[in-house]
Design a protein around this ligand. Sequence first.
Ligand SMILES: [Zn+2]
Length: 383
Amino acid sequence: MTEKLYYTDQYLKEFEGTVTSCEKTEDGKYHTILDRTAFFPEGGGQDADSGTLNNVEIEYVFEKGDDVCHVSSTPFEIGEKVKGIIDFKKRFLIMQKHSGEHIFCGVAHSLYGVENMGFHIGSECITVDFDKLLTPEEIKNTEEITNRIIWENREITSSFPTHEEAENIEFRSKKEITGQIRLVTIEGCDVCACCGTHVKNTGEIGSLKITSIAKKRSGTSVTMQVGEDAYKDYASKHDELARLSNMLALKPLEIADGVQRLKDEIASLKYELAKVKLEAFAEKVKELSGPLAVVFEKDLMPDEVRKMCDLLADKVTVAAVLSGSDETGYKYTLASRTMDLRQLAKDFNTALSGRGGGKPEMVQGNVSAKQNEIEDFLRSALQ
Ligand SMILES: [Zn+2]
C-alpha cells in the first residue's frame, strides 16, 4: 500500500521514495508504484497531479487498489530511490477550486436542501450539477455567502473517522462509502466525505464567481471560477470591457445601455433606408406598362423584393423582381393582379434550377441562373 503523503501534508511539493514495482503496459508506457508519494491520483472529481520523478515527466497518476500508479514513458528500477517534484502551481489552483466548490455546495445544501450530484474540476472552470432547480437569486445568494466565508478565513481540516464514529456525524456524501471514510470539515460551514486535496484556510481561495447557470434534467448545472482562475477571469473581462469602452466612448458600466441605443438607431436607420429604396424603385418603374416587367435590383432582403414586386404589379400584368448575381443566383418574386402564377412558377423553377412557391397572385423563391436566361424564359413563357 502506497503511503499517501498528500493526506499528511497537502502542501508537500517535493518528496523522496523508493520504487516497489514498475511494469511496461501494452501502450508502451510504464506504470510505477512507490512506497510513498505526494502525487494525487485522479479521483473524486479532482484531476491527477503533474510533475517529475528523478526528472522524468509523470504523464498521469491513478489509483490501483491501495496503491498510487505513476505513468511515464521511461522505466524505473525496482528499489531505485526517486525524488518527486509536484507541479504545485497546478495543484494549489486545484486545492483553491476544490475547497471553493465544497463551500458553495455546503451553503447551497444548508440553505436550499440541494445535493451535489456530480462535479468536475476542469482546467477551465468547475461545473457542479445539483439535483434540484435553483433560481438565479438563490445562486447569487449562495455565491455571496460563499465569498463571505472565504474572507472569514475559516479553518479546513480532514479526518478519518471509523464507520461507527461516522454514524454520529452529519456529513454530505455523493455515494454510500464502503472503504475508509475521509471527512473534510470547513469550520461552521460544511462537512463532506472527500478524497481530494484542500487549502488549510478559506482565505487562500481568494474568491469564487458563478459564470453560468443551466437547467440539467430536473436540476441545475452551475459553472464557477475560483481562486487564481477567478482573478484571471476578472482581469480578462476587465481588459475586454476597457477595449469596448474605448471603442464606444462609453463608461464600462454604461456599455449595455449604450449598445441598446445603437441597436435601436440601426433599426430605425434600416427602416428609413428601406423606405428610401422603395421610393427610388417606385420612381424607376413609374413609366413601365405592358404584359411583363423584369427588374433586377442589388442586395435586397427577400421582404424588400416582395414589396417592390407588389408595387410593380400595379403597372404590368406580370411583375418580376429579382435580387442577387449570376454567380450566386437570384431571390425572386413574381406577382400579378389578374393571372394565376403557380404553373408559371413551377415551370420557372424547373427550367432554371429554382425552388419556391406561393399564392396564385404572388410566388417567391430562388433560382440558380443568369440574368439573360431568366429574362428569356419569362418573355417566351408569356408570349
Ligand atoms: Zn471534495
